[in-house]
Design a binder for this molecule. Sequence first.
Ligand SMILES: [Zn+2]
Length: 211
Amino acid sequence: MRNQPPTARRLGLVACRSCHLLNQRLETAVDCPRCGAPLHSRKPNSIARAWALVLAAAVFYIPANVLPITHTTSLGAVQSDTIMSGVIYFIHSGSWPVALVIFVASVFVPLLKLLILAFLLLSVQRRWQWRPVDRTRLYRLTEVIGRWSMLDIYVVTILVALVHLGALATIEAGPGAVFFAAVVVVTMLAAEAFDPRLIWDNMEKSHERAD
Ligand SMILES: [Zn+2]
């Protein structure tokens, strides 16, 4: 890429990530003069931290889908449901829009987010020059859709609170719900750990990395 505008780092500027005050970058690491937060021109150890969190979320993804997410007791009979068995139940009972929402929010989106983050991390590590603007957009997408994966946890929470008819029917959260919440939270932390400016650092071929 030719004719790129200079980056803040090349101009010797660094923004505070807490209060967004723009500072002149000094030789030694300093704290923000306004709010006292440490100043970094790039998130420290961004790639290593993001990879660790992505891998942890990928591991949690397995029990989240294999273990039951709800235990339903109805007239003495206990039924355990995983996310997928819940989806299949809604398809069979004719509520395919509900099945679709649960599938997209709980199975498809968390997996997609992990794949996008892994792809972005690989692209930065391998110094790919491919479409930096689109990769930045992909990153913003993972940030925006993160919270919607919590839909299933809300549904379980509401069901547990509502369906408490004593001996007749109760719904309890299963161990899968804990792992599912862990997948969502850890993936959000992974997206937060990744520094999208690294995508652009690789576009400046001649400019060596400073820190
Ligand atoms: Zn500050």
